[in-house]
Design a protein around this ligand. Structure first.
Ligand code: MLT
Length: 215
């Protein structure tokens, strides 16, 4: 029987460790559904991997929402696409029998993950945001209690101003998320430190989930 069509083109790899959270892998501008599979396998070897391709094309490069210029987002489209992505997550959860995933997003993928947290928090158990910035100029009222967020920023990142990443950490924190914001000596690209820190964070989260904890 052929695989039912879901609302995004995507790759899925089943997990083999029931304690490991499923990961929702969200690529950066110009990437696709194949890009972050290796990263997912590295940071969470037993996790199911769900990896959609962004539906927006910018000069032929897939993205998860439209932007007006670098770092200037079409916020109506951010809202629309975050809702579409959350709907896709629900479809994929039903089809593949998955718990709510932890998003692992890079750059544009991290930005849409932050928007999903803000707009459709039930879609995600938490998020690893690699080089993220504020996706919506006004954070909607949302309760992120029980959600863990790892935010990794580069000191030499030419795309993401340090104060913007700090603002995102503050917004998520005020909404009740448990935010771990680390600033690395890196640029916009990922470094080995990103991989190591993300792996440790996911592993700690998988075996001592934040849900229900009081810290
Ligand atoms: C975005 O457009 O989401 C950010 O500027 C990051 C990028 O994709 O370059």
């Amino acid at each position: 029987m052929s695989k039912p069509e879901l609302s995004f083109i995507y790759r899925f790899e089943p997990g083999h460790d029931p304690a490991a959270p499923p990961l929702l892998l969200l690529h950066g501008t110009g990437g696709d559904e194949n890009d972050l599979l290796d990263l997912g396998r590295l940071i969470a070897p037993g996790s199911a991997l769900l990896s959609p391709r962004g539906k927006i094309l910018e000069g032929g490069m897939p993205r998860f929402f439209r932007r007006l210029a670098e770092g200037i987002f079409d916020e109506a489209d951010v809202i629309r696409r975050a809702n579409e992505l959350a709907d896709f997550v629900a479809e994929a959860q039903a089809l593949h029998g998955l718990a709510a995933p932890v998003a692992v997003g890079f750059s544009n993928g991290a930005n849409i993950a932050a928007a999903v947290l803000a707009l459709r928090p039930d879609a995600l158990a938490g998020a690893v945001l690699l080089r993220a910035m504020v996706p919506l100029s006004v954070m909607p009222p949302v309760d992120l209690a029980g959600k863990g967020v790892l935010l990794l920023t580069g000191t030499q990142d030419p795309i993401i101003p340090a104060d913007n990443a700090a603002r995102l950490a503050g917004d998520l924190n005020r909404a009740g998320a448990t935010v771990d914001h680390k600033i690395l000596p890196a640029g916009h690209g990922l470094s080995q430190a990103d991989v190591d820190i993300a792996k440790t964070w996911i592993n700690r989260r998988a075996y001592a989930p934040i849900e229900g904890s009081t810290s």
